[in-house]
Design a protein around this ligand. Structure first.
Ligand code: SF4
Length: 92
């Protein structure tokens, strides 16, 4: 099983965001709500990866969730209130 890529993230205030590209090695997506738990507000930007991947997803009610992992071909992340949400989330 390969980890899906974060194709686009418009949460540019995150440390890991460079030009709407996520540079985290692997993000975690949260529990009762599909939020990016790796979101880190910062004026500085960096990250070790050329493109982020989804390491784990705890949103078991999502169509793409299998064994606490994401099986989507890729995900997009965007703003929801003051945090970042997986916008690829699809209720089963
Ligand atoms: S997907 Fe999450 S960790 Fe990556 S840039 Fe967006 S908010 Fe930050």
């Amino acid at each position: 099983m390969t980890m899906p890529q974060v194709r686009m993230c418009d949460v540019t205030e995150c440390y890991y965001n460079q030009g709407q590209v996520c540079k985290a090695l692997a993000i975690n997506v949260g529990g009762s709500h599909p939020q990016c738990d790796t979101f880190t507000p910062s004026r500085q930007h960096g990250g070790p990866a050329s493109i982020g991947q989804v390491g784990a997803c705890k949103v078991t009610q999502c169509l793409y969730n299998s064994d606490m992992s994401c099986t989507a071909p890729g995900i997009d992340v965007s703003h929801h209130e003051q945090h970042a949400d997986c916008s690829t989330y699809t209720t089963r």
